[in-house]
Design a protein around this ligand. Structure first.
Ligand code: FMN
Length: 327
């Protein structure tokens, strides 16, 4: 799989946004569609891949979150749970005693191997050698995510096929290996990595139209990965779409990792101060986000949210390609 074929990648967006129809439409229109499978079980990943293929999507990516290697500090989790009580109460959602576990990464990864997408993309870490080999043996190309030059170099040493450079403008979680690492603006990150890494670089963060795509291509990117631009597409059944464009901010209170979204209770004085490490905080806040209104949902979106356009996925892909070629 060559990245020369793709100028545009529809970013993986976990949490039900990049569903099978959405991804198939992106792929059919000529982008590389991506299934955000970070919260899906193995069975759901296989069903999703089947769904994309049944809907006519040919080449596509499946994306997972690399789990942390350390177990969380139990005391920190107890404190985080206590701090969330007032948030549940303010939102009028009953706080459960038990919190559902996240799907196992081993099971998710086996499903990716079985589904055999053109690309396996991942974020929050590096993929162990044996797992990289397993993908290679099945002809699955590998794409890691970097938010700094050091991370991009580490992924290049691992032998990935391409690196997503995610600038701090990006919607959703910051894909850094260190969950607390600071972000870097996309243009600076791209300029620095262009000198340091000789792999195809995929630019992500705040890119909303063909002119933005042209800017990063001129600066050396092989392709552009857009997430927020797709949030108001008709096929995206999302709370972000309902909330409409708005100002964004960052928070660690939803999941324990930094993430950018439309400003709401998670980013003001109502947010808890004691936060468990990722992914424990994600588990603790999950019932609240599901049960509450927009104030307590995770409305992930990038700094370009106010420029997102409402149209079908395929039309947006065609529009972006046309705008880009006109530049
Ligand atoms: C709603 C939403 C969910 C996201 N989920 C994921 C994900 O599951 N995996 C991932 O690697 N990146 C995820 N991202 C980040 C995107 O891959 C990409 O870096 C980002 O969308 C680019 O910035 P933009 O949103 O300004 O286009 C998500 C982004 C958004 C907006």
């Amino acid at each position: 799989m060559s990245f020369q074929h793709y100028s545009l990648i529809q970013a993986p967006m976990a949490g039900g946004i990049s569903g099978a129809r959405f991804v198939a439409e992106a792929s059919r229109a000529g982008a590389l569609g991506s299934v955000g499978a970070g919260y899906l079980s193995g069975a759901a990943i296989l069903e999703s891949a089947r769904g994309v293929r049944d809907a006519g999507g040919d080449a596509f990516a499946i994306n997972l979150f690399i789990p942390p290697s350390q177990t969380p500090d139990a005391e920190q989790v107890v404190k985080a749970k206590a701090a969330l009580r007032s948030c549940y109460a303010a939102a009028g959602v009953a706080m459960p005693e038990q919190f559902a576990p996240l799907p196992s990464f081993d099971e998710q990864f086996e499903a990716v191997l079985e589904a055999r997408p053109a690309v396996f993309s991942y974020t929050f870490g590096r993929l162990p050698r044996d797992r990289m080999d397993a993908c290679r043996a099945r002809g699955i190309a590998l794409v890691g995510t970097a938010t700094s030059v050091a991370e991009a170099q580490a992924l290049a040493e691992d032998g990935v096929d391409a690196v997503v450079l995610q600038g701090e403008e990006a919607g959703g979680h910051r894909g850094s290996v260190d969950p607390l690492a600071p972000g870097m603006a996309l243009d600076a990150l791209l300029a620095a990595c262009r000198q340091a890494v000789s792999l195809p670089l995929i630019a992500a963060g705040g890119l909303m139209d063909g002119a933005d795509m042209a800017r990063v291509m001129r600066a050396g990117a092989a392709a552009a990965q857009l997430g927020t631009a797709f949030l108001r597409c008709h096929e995206a059944d999302t709370a972000e779409a309902e909330a409409g464009p708005g100002a964004t901010g960052v928070t660690r209170a939803v999941s324990g990792r930094w993430a950018r979204g439309l400003a709401n209770a998670w980013m003001d004085e109502r947010a808890p101060q004691d936060i468990a490490p990722y992914p424990e905080q994600h588990r603790l806040t999950s019932p609240l986000r599901k049960g509450a209104g927009a104030d307590w949902k995770s409305l992930w979106a990038g700094t370009g949210a106010h420029r997102s356009r409402e149209m079908p996925v395929a039309e947006l892909v065609r529009t972006l390609e046309e705008e880009w070629k006109e530049q």
